[in-house]
Design a protein around this ligand. Structure first.
Ligand code: ADP
Length: 741
């Protein structure tokens, strides 16, 4: 391979810049030149300056920018063979026979076509004398890696497409804002979100907010008079005290006969049937705007690095592929398969085969839709006569983590809807000791989904001695048959203690389940905990601003982030902000590190660097503190640069939960209620913690807690994300193989 060409195409999506940066730097690091193809396929067709070398520093400082720095366009010319002949000529002239295409299904369809036609196009170009046989022989195949850049999350081949998470951020911010104004005026709002063929954004936005009704293309209302049903639910909602009514409509929503359901139709319906003042907000391009979320930056970065890796390792003539993510694993899927299945969903929707469309979208999409339909009810189903009503307690414990409230809301509503008696425990295990337990009803948890913090109250108390007895008494008094603990490590430890003490206290012989909620992401049995994404985004927002402030003054920042002894937040924020260096307790910090990093900073600023960024976990090293590092680098930096520290502190625990955390919290809570119901129903009393493992929810035995956790440092013995350390190092600064021109 001579050179890799990279381009972004179709609708822009946040994270495209991170992907471009990763592709460029990973390739340069491996000694391969990269050409940027500006303005997508149009630039390929036009050639000239549109295809130019791109350097390590050209992609510096772009992680936080929305859009794409190499431009994106729609190209009619490329759709026709003559246009593609021009494109191939330009690629060959630039020595490119390997492409990374960052775009949506349209762009990737175009890429696949180019791959298929490549030999034929070369033949035609040789015959017409545009290129020599020699040139054609040098580039017999076109190699292509695809990275899906699409806010709609509408493509097979990745659990998440680059840009979808950020779009959800924008939507959820807007729905939260509209909810508060709607509530103060008792108004109804119809909010239209993007998604022509895919209801992902609408569905997830509904799950993450307090929306009352959601309309998506894949699952139209199954009634002819769905308008009546919708209005009935809205009216019921008003009766029981809801102050706002929010309907989210995907732009491609339709009824079961394929007739589009427009926002205007929904508005008119609500106004006519309910007599309510109803407004429409079409979110439009807001959804593509703004700074990319931490998730999109890190996803795109990993996909870009891995795309280059795969291209460099492939044998000549390999088929095009798409890089994607499943759980936390980067995957490679043949492009043709991705296009075929994506097409099949679209066809099924169009043909009115909605069951099939939902099946093709996957299990978690389907289950999320079912959960949503319960959560949006104005009132729960009436308990089935004769069905056993179980008494389930829900509590928070550990440090506060955004998303705890969201999980509580989902658990209580789903439990009540199944006919159970749900009880809330105030103030964590302290409240359980004191008997601060109360019944909760449907409307008691209204409005909790978007709220940060913990409305129940939470703390790090782990009971001891006689307190266990008090807890046992309270459980008996309230006839509690199962416990859902939503919280952090101390909560897990307390539940583990209860499990161990079962012999002594029969009241502890009930099923218990822990739902991981901690900003530190230091919980066993789950690759992610609820709250970590919010904290990460808060850090990334703050660091973006800090970096901006430093540009003017040749400055290095040492930013200290939380995490206890777990380096997750430090590492992931370093990846998302392009930090030069990350210090974590897992790796330790040595004197030699300090010397190397001093030299690295001096060399960098001598070569014209304007900002230095070092991220340090709060407990990375007891001696080399944040202030020590600041003083050391400041002294050594002399006149070349100055150094400041920023200890981010509690802003990391606060804030409203991000869409990702809300969705994770809701889905986990749903599985936890199922677990307790199944256990009690079967007369069992297991105790487990639930978690996200490889994209699926898995249960681990409470018994295994000591085996899985490093008790001295309060973090899992195995941490999957440590593998990303190399990526941070790779992208932070040019290695020896990169020769800047
Ligand atoms: P997206 O990639 O976001 O889905 P589009 O569908 O607009 O966006 O596609 C972007 C570009 O990809 C188009 O302008 C066109 O140049 C190219 N393209 C899309 N579909 C095809 C196709 N079937 N054949 C050739 N080129 C295509």
């Amino acid at each position: 391979m001579d050179r890799i060409g990279v381009f972004t195409s179709g609708g822009d999506a946040q994270g495209m810049n991170a992907a471009v940066r990763a592709v460029v730097r990973a390739a340069l690091d491996r000694g391969t030149e990269v050409m940027a193809i500006y303005e997508g396929y149009q630039g390929m067709v036009d050639g000239g300056e549109n295809i130019s070398p791109i350097s390590w520093s050209d992609v510096g400082g772009i992680l936080h920018q929305g859009g794409t720095i190499i431009g994106s366009a729609r190209s009619l010319e490329f759709r026709e063979r003559p246009g593609r002949l021009k494109a191939v000529t330009n690629l060959l002239k630039a020595g490119i026979d390997t492409l990374v295409c960052i775009g949506g299904d349209g762009s990737l369809t175009g890429a696949n076509l180019l791959y298929q036609e490549w030999p034929g196009l070369l033949k035609e170009l040789v015959e017409s004398g545009v290129i020599t046989q020699d040139m054609a022989d040098k580039h017999p195949h076109l190699a292509i890696a695809g990275i899906i850049g699409s806010i709609d999350n509408d493509m097979y081949g990745s659990d998440m497409t680059t840009g979808a998470d950020t779009a959800l951020h924008r939507i959820v911010e807007a729905v939260d804002a509209i909810t508060s104004t709607a509530a103060s005026h008792q108004r109804s709002f119809v909010i239209e979100v993007m998604g022509r063929h895919c209801g992902y954004l609408a569905l997830m936005a509904g799950l993450a907010t307090g929306a009352d009704w959601v309309l998506i293309p894949e699952s139209p209302p199954n009634l002819d008079n769905w308008e009546d049903k919708m209005c009935e639910v809205m009216a019921q909602g008003r009766e029981i005290g809801r102050r706002d009514s929010i309907v989210i409509v995907a732009e491609g929503a339709q009824d079961r006969y394929g007739k589009p359901i427009t926002s205007e139709h929904v508005r008119q319906t609500l106004e006519e049937k309910l007599g309510e003042d109803t407004r429409i907000t079409v979110l439009g391009h807001v959804q593509r705007g703004g700074s990319p979320s931490a998730f999109d930056r890190n996803l795109a970065t990993q996909l870009g690095v891995q795309a280059v890796e795969e291209l460099l390792n492939d044998s000549p003539g390999s088929e095009p592929f798409v890089m994607g993510i499943q759980g936390n694993r980067i995957t490679r899927t043949p492009l043709a398969k991705c296009l075929e299945i994506t097409q099949a969903v679209g066809n099924a929707v169009q043909a009115g085969e909605f069951e099939k469309a939902m099946d093709l979208r996957g299990r978690s999409f389907k289950k999320s839709f079912r959960t949503l339909r319960t959560l949006v009810r104005a009132m729960p189903h009436k308990p089935e006569p004769g069905k056993r009503r179980m008494r389930l307690a829900v509590m928070n414990a550990g440090g506060p983590s955004p998303g705890m409230n969201t999980a509580v809301r989902a658990a209580v509503r789903l439990g009540v809807d199944k006919g159970h008696i749900m009880m809330g425990v105030n103030r964590g295990f302290r409240g359980l000791i004191r008997g601060e337990i109360r019944d909760l009803d449907w409307m008691d948890v209204a409005g909790l989904a978007p709220m940060g913090g913990s409305e129940f109250g939470t703390n790090r108390t782990v009971p001891e001695g006689g307190e266990w007895y008090a807890i046992a008494r309270n459980l008996e008094e309230h006839q509690i048959e199962g416990i859902l603990m939503i919280g952090g490590l101390t909560g897990y430890q307390a539940i583990h203690e209860m499990y161990r003490l079962r012999e002594n206290y029969p009241a502890f012989n009930i099923p218990m389940i822990c739902l991981p909620a901690s900003i530190n992401n230091n919980l066993p049995g789950s690759q992610l905990s609820v709250g970590a994404d919010t904290a990460l985004n808060s850090i990334v927002d703050a660091v973006d601003k800090i970096k901006q402030s430093a540009v003017a003054s040749r400055r290095t920042f040492v930013v200290e982030v939380m995490g206890h002894y777990c380096g997750y937040l430090a590492l992931m924020s370093a990846l998302a902000t392009g930090a030069e260096r990350v210090y974590m307790h897992e790796d330790g910090v040595t004197l030699q590190d300090m010397i190397n990093d001093t030299n690295m900073l001096i060399a960098g600023f001598q070569q014209g660097k304007r900002v230095g960024l070092l991220i340090r976990n709060e407990h990375a090293n007891a001696i080399y503190t944040t202030d020590f590092m600041r003083a050391l680098f400041e002294e050594e930096g002399g006149d070349l640069f100055d150094v400041r520290q920023a200890i981010l502190g509690h802003l990391q625990q606060g804030g409203n939960p991000t869409p990702y955390d809300r969705i994770l919290a809701t889905r986990l809570a749903s599985d936890c209620i199922d677990y307790l119901e199944d256990q009690i129903g079967a007369g069992l009393a297991d105790s487990s913690f639930i978690g996200l493992v490889g994209g699926e929810f898995k249960l681990s035995n409470t018994e295994d807690l000591p085996r899985l956790v490093d008790s001295k440092y309060g973090r899992p013995k195995e941490q999957w994300w440590m593998g990303l350390r190399q990526t941070v190092d790779l992208l932070a600064q040019p290695g020896p193989s990169v020769r800047e021109k």
